[in-house]
Design a protein. Structure first.
Ligand SMILES: [Zn+2]
Ligand SMILES: [Zn+2]
Length: 279
C-alpha cells in the first residue's frame, strides 16, 4: 500500500504520526526527508513511508493564500518573484536557430560564459555565448541549468550544422551551471562527444543521396523542390534520443544549396542529411 498524499498547506508538521506497520509513533517534522519536488515522512523505526507531501505549485499557493492560509500568504512574494524571473528568462531566451548570427570557420567552438556583474543590484545573472571572444547571444542564466545548456547546444547545432564543434563552459560559468548536480559535468562531456561523433561518422541511413532528375544542379529553385520532395518521401520518422515520432515534413529542416539536414522537432538532433548529386 502506498503512503497517503497530503496537500502542502494542509500538512501539519507539528502533528504526531503513527506507523500502521510497526506501531511506532513520532512527530512529523522530525521525520521529514526532502526531495526536489516532494517531502516524505517515514517511520522512525521500520522506515516505512507514512506520508507524501508534494511542494505546492504556484496555483496551489495562490489558492491557499486566498483562503487565508498564513504560510501560503507568506510564500506569495516568493511565487511572484519566481514568476517574474521566468517571464524575464523567457523574454530573452534563444528559441530559434535563425536568431543566431552567421559565423565563419569550419570548427566552431562556442563558449558558454557567465556574467553576474549586476548581482549586487539584485539583478539577473546572464549566460553569454561567445565565438572567438565575440558575444553572439545573451540570456538569463539558470542555476543548475544543464537542461538549458543541452537545449542551447542543439539550437547551435541546428544553426551551424556539422561545423559546430563544441559548446565549452568557461571557468566562470561552471559553478552556476553545475551547482550541486553531480551528473552535470559528465553530461557536458557526453553532449560534446555526441557533437564530435556527428562530425565523424553517422549511422546507416543518415545520409540520403538525392539524384538530380532535372540535370540542372545549380538551379536553386529546382534543388529546393527536389530536396523537399525527397524529404516528403522519408515519410514517418522517429528520434531514437527523445522518442519523437512524426512526418519528415514536420521536422526541422536546415541547410542551403545542395544539402539539407532534417532534425528532430523536439530535441533538434539531426536525423538525416540529404545531398543532391549529379545524375
Ligand atoms: Zn514502522
Ligand atoms: Zn529528438
Amino acid at each position: 500500500m502506498s503512503a497517503p498524499i497530503r496537500n502542502y498547506y494542509e500538512y501539519d508538521r507539528t502533528a504526531s504520526i503513527v506507523c500502521p506497520g510497526c506501531g511506532w509513533s513520532g512527530v512529523c517534522s522530525e521525520n521529514e526527508d526532502y526531495f526536489s519536488e516532494v517531502m516524505d515522512i517515514r517511520c522512525g523505526s521500520c522506515d516505512r513511508m507514512l506520508l507524501i507531501v508534494p511542494f505546492p505549485t504556484h496555483a496551489e499557493t495562490r489558492k491557499a493564500a486566498s483562503e487565508g492560509n498564513d504560510a501560503a500568504i507568506g510564500n506569495l512574494d516568493y511565487v511572484e518573484d519566481r514568476e517574474a524571473f521566468f517571464a524575464r528568462a523567457e523574454e530573452h531566451s534563444l528559441t530559434s536557430a535563425s536568431d543566431l548570427p552567421d559565423l565563419m570557420g569550419d570548427d566552431l567552438i562556442i563558449e558558454w560564459d557567465f556574467d553576474d556583474r549586476e548581482k549586487a543590484e539584485k539583478k539577473d545573472s546572464w549566460t553569454v555565448l561567445r565565438h572567438e571572444r565575440q558575444e553572439i547571444w545573451r540570456e538569463v542564466a539558470f542555476y543548475e541549468g544543464i537542461k538549458r545548456f543541452e537545449e542551447v547546444l542543439w539550437i547551435l547545432r541546428e544553426k551551424y550544422g556539422s561545423r559546430m564543434t563544441e559548446l565549452r563552459p568557461t571557468q566562470a560559468s561552471i559553478t552556476y551551471l553545475c551547482g550541486d548536480d553531480l551528473r552535470a559535468s559528465s553530461r557536458i562531456d557526453s553532449l560534446n562527444a555526441e557533437l564530435a561523433d556527428m562530425r565523424e561518422t553517422q549511422g546507416d541511413g543518415f545520409f540520403v543521396e538525392v539524384e538530380d532528375a532535372d540535370g540542372q544542379p545549380d538551379d536553386p529553385k529546382r534543388q529546393e523542390e527536389e530536396l523537399r520532395a525527397s524529404i516528403a518521401e522519408l515519410g514517418s520518422i522517429d528520434c531514437s534520443w527523445c522518442g519523437w515520432i512524426g512526418e519528415a515534413t514536420e521536422a526541422r529542416v536546415n541547410g542551403s544549396g545542395d544539402q539539407r539536414e532534417v532534425s528532430c522537432l523536439e530535441c533538434r538532433r539531426p536525423l538525416f542529411r540529404l545531398t543532391m548529386s549529379d545524375s
